[in-house]
Design a protein around this ligand. Sequence first.
Ligand code: HDD
Length: 729
Amino acid sequence: MATNKDSEIPVNQSDNTKLAHLEPYKEEAAGEFMNTNHGVRINDDQNSLKSGERGSSLLEDFILREKITHFDHERIPERVVHARGSGAHGVFKVYESLSSITKANFLLDPSLETPVFVRFSTVAGSRGSTDLARDVRGFAVKFYTQEGNFDLVGNNMPVFFIQDAIKFPDLVHAVKPEPDNEIPQAASAHDTFWDFISLMPESAHMIMWVMSDRAIPRSYRMMEGFGVHTFRLINAQGESNFVKFHWKPLLGVHSVAWDEAQKISGKDPDFHRRDLWDAIESGNFPEWELGIQVVPEADEHKFDFDLLDSTKIIPEELVPVQRIGKMTLNRNPDNFFAETEQVAFHIGHVVPGIDFTNDPLLQGRLFSYTDTQLIRLGGPNFQEIPINRPVVSVHNNQRDGYMRQTINRGKVSYSPNSLGDGAPYQAKAQEGGYTSYPEKIEARKVRARSKSFLDHFSQARLFFNSQSDPEKNHIIDALSFELGKVKTVAIRERMLGILSLIDKSLASGVGYALGLTVPQQPEQPINHSFPADADPNDYQPVMTEGKLTTSAALSMANTPKDSIKTRKIAFLAADGVNEKSLNAVKSALTDAGAVVEIIAPHQGFIISENDTQIAVDYSFLNAASVLYDAVYVPGGTNSVASIEAEADAVHFLNEAFRHCKPIAADSSAMQVIEATYFSSKLPADFSDKNVLREGVVISESASELADKFILAIAMHRFWEREKPRKVPS
Ligand code: HDD
């Protein structure tokens, strides 16, 4: 069993009630005979039953029929969105009782460990698509609480494309591969997506997030998560507060470069899945703090945006995020299909103490999630699949249906009843019965959009203004890439009009790349989405400035950069390597929590200059710089000569430089650096000893090199290298 050195989570995971619940469903073949699904032992699983050795197969071969039939039915429909994902088990603990704002039991008792199952996902791609698509990431958490399941079904971005769930099918149709040729897979860079977006200015804020580096995370373990909607917390006195949920990763928020993302998609399309799996297997359990922003009921209207509008954040400067507990993922699933594929999340799975608001996006989701499981998992009993069962027993009068597992005893399946003594009984609120918040409603029935939803640009601008210069450049590059793939020039132009309403420099940067002039006035009207009978002017965006011009929490540049834990570092070495510096740097990095892999011209072993064997992890054929966070070249005359002569090794370094990664080399390996494209781009005094410039470290002393290299790796990327000195890769 994995050990967990740094967290307080008990290593003995048998305490986890959900894992204990899953236990009886597990199957192990070790030491067992093979048998059929009805239990008959199989004598020959290699040959079908035939009329003679060369004769036709016989219909009576029940072993063949059963095996083929089961195989024929192995696939189920993939999720219509979020098809590609990875899951893990874990636990959640609250730091202090939140009884003043909620009666949800799992948020009251700091000694209570609530089991969770988490599934991360991309949105647009199919089940087998690449992890590194530019896309939103799903961040869905199922809490198996003592009061039933609570699902927090969020994303790694705090806002959404649309304000009303009725537009969700349109959004998804637009972003999915185009229906005539099913191109492109797992990509928004095509005409139908941008056609829709350019006609839907309410997506402007979300577009800033999706075109930022948040859409190409370094790891699921290094992403924030958000519940997106405003929910309600209800305390035992029945008082309601509005709440936004956040997940803050303890490893910080980090991304890869776009060029890198595209290459990872080829070299290792399972990059995020593998990263999550490997981290948990090696005991590096990913951790997030749960944060909440709480807004008293009385303050509902005090903001210059509507709390019910999912295209808006509550800036952390206005309402700070309180960190209320910690989630640790400490166990990989035993079976991908049984757990990760069959897990069914639902935003409507809430427990007493948590309630909904009237956000029209949330309201539509409340319908969609059960409905989609009915087709995906094949019937109304999907909640009986082990991963979906609550840890409390279920008693109600629902019965039968495809694949029913529960054997309900007795004659009574209705309420009220006298034959069963009235059981199962309704629970009073004090007994844990769920009661909905009695929100006062007095309204006409209308199909309409609130005027308070019509400011589409001020928070898009807030986001853009809050980014560092490299982050702004990446947004411009991402838009230039995506719109550059759009064939219809009118769509590109319409998008430039939208961008110019967010920020002029943003629009002109993208316009330059597209070779288009930014329209002076956007085409009118810019919102094409309004009811047939409405006056279009009633639906046009309201142009206002928000109260804040920047918000530090929106920039990834401000994320903690104090750890190199779990970062993957490549050492490029060959026969004759200086074993002393290799080992010294390796132990300094691994002591700080990094993972070191040795890459050499061939697999097996290399022989050091002292004639010792050093195990090789990968050859240049199997490894690539895009799969690592940093690279180091140790000295040793023959090793350095071989690495310099190895075109793949020099390419490795060039690419690492292009992707702004830390690079280190012993002074005696300087000739390898000189063989790179970027050596001429380094500052003049670069070859001085013990220099750390823009993430490149050269040193005579292994210990000084290691110290500086660790600082550089913790910085993650040196984006300032990027613009003036682009190198080919
Ligand atoms: Fe959704 C899956 C998150 C809007 C309809 N959604 C799904 C998953 C996540 C989200 C993380 C994957 C769950 C898993 O891993 O199994 N969805 C969101 C967020 C939204 C959002 C954060 C906006 C704030 N979704 C949304 C709307 C609708 C849906 C407006 C429909 C009206 N979502 C679905 C779905 C899915 C789904 C069709 C597909 C698979 C599933 O539910 O189980 O019902």
